[in-house]
Ligand binder design. Structure first.
Ligand code: ACO
Length: 328
């Protein structure tokens, strides 16, 4: 059996920024309300005129990751693309990304939708495909244009989200130190209605209800509580099951949805501030892109180095959850 290691990372965020104050043009809100409840100060918004879509943003992030991994595009032998909103219904965004990167080896291309947790789900699948010897270099991206399905009249939800893409190349490792130790994937379907977008797909293909243009339906307080409880529980389980002391964790990258959620989970493990990666204030919740974006920023800031232990955890619609422990 082989092991896998992260050989390259990259990220891309659109240039256009909506600050909390900018949102006052759409509805009654304030910087104070949003910062106090979420820690978010601004978010990036994709621009169709600049050709910013899930696949194109992912291409920018992936080119950066390829460069850092010192790989050619055709060295990629599988693409896993996590997104809550693909460019099209079909073909999938992974295939569009293959084309944008100029990959001509006809590698397999698969989209994964597990909402905010999708990128860790995809990393877990990629790790299995590397461990069993099927592939050598898998491109795993999370790329999201949440602004394309945000209802910009609904102040209770749209303030939470932003756009961006993160990419990671997971490669077969010849280094015993770097490896993925374990991941935990879960979904609690009894809470599926707590965070749901029903429109635009098979059951409700068109936005027919103009009087009530509800796009994202969310029970915010229930999601908040479940997020803290589930991420803390999964982190405790993964540390216990891998015989890892919490002090051995060098960097903790939780899903960037809300500063209060991040702080509540980090507090359970007494992680000091320097061990917790936080960028939610700049980008808001970019769904399945939050962790790969934060990972690339952590590496660029020198907060993670080879042989460090990295704990990742995330939570989202489903209600799904996913946690992964690796040695970088
Ligand atoms: N600006 C000003 N006032 C607002 C805004 C806004 N943007 N949004 C809502 N309000 C008002 C409400 O109308 C309400 O007013 P009322 O009391 O007169 O009715 C008041 O503020 C309080 O609203 P609540 O919804 O009770 O506020 P709460 O403290 O629960 O915070 C929040 C809401 C921020 C959504 C919180 O529940 C939360 O963060 N939940 C987690 C949800 C989440 O992160 N979802 C993302 C996807 S899942 C994930 O990634 C983990």
């Amino acid at each position: 059996m082989y092991t896998s290691k992260i050989t390259g990372t990259g990220h891309f965020v659109p240039e256009k920024i909506y600050t909390n104050n900018d949102l006052k043009q759409f509805f009654d809100t304030s910087d104070e309300w949003i910062v106090e409840r979420t820690g978010i100060k601004e978010r990036r918004i994709s621009d169709a005129e600049k050709n910013e879509f899930p696949s194109t943003m992912a291409a920018h992030a992936s080119k950066m990751a390829l460069k850092k991994a010192n790989l050619e595009a055709n060295d990629i032998d599988f693409i896993l693309f996590s997104s809550t909103m693909s460019d099209y219904n079909f073909p999938n965004s992974a295939t569009l990304l293959q084309d944008l990167l100029g990959i001509t080896n006809h590698c397999g291309c698969l989209d994964v939708n597990s909402a905010c947790t999708g990128w860790i789900y995809a990393m877990t699948m990629a790790n299995s495909l590397i461990e069993n010897g099927t592939y050598k270099n898998i491109l795993v991206v999370g790329s999201e244009t949440t602004s394309s399905y945000n209802n910009w009249l609904d102040r209770s939800k749209c303030v939470l989200f932003g756009d961006g893409a993160g990419a990671v190349i997971l490669s077969r490792s010849d280094n015993e130190t770097s490896k993925i130790h374990k991941s935990i994937l879960s979904s609690d379907s009894t809470k599926k209605d707590d965070l749901i977008k029903k429109t635009g797909m098979a059951r409700k293909p068109f936005f027919v209800d103009k009087e009530n243009p509800e796009m994202v339906e969310m029970n915010g307080q229930a999601v908040f509580k479940a997020a803290v409880k589930t991420m803390a529980h999964q982190c405790a389980s993964i540390l216990e099951e891998t015989n890892t002391a919490k002090e051995e964790v060098d960097l903790f990258i939780p899903h960037q949805a809300n500063l209060r959620i991040i702080e509540a989970v980090a507090r359970r493990f007494e992680f000091p501030n320097e061990k917790v990666m936080i960028n939610v204030q700049k980008y808001a919740n970019t769904s399945s892109a939050t962790i790969p974006i934060a990972l690339n920023e952590a590496l660029e800031a020198g907060r993670l180095k080879r042989a460090d232990k990295l704990l990742l955890t995330t939570f989202g619609s489903g209600l799904t959850s996913a946690t992964l422990l690796l040695t970088y």
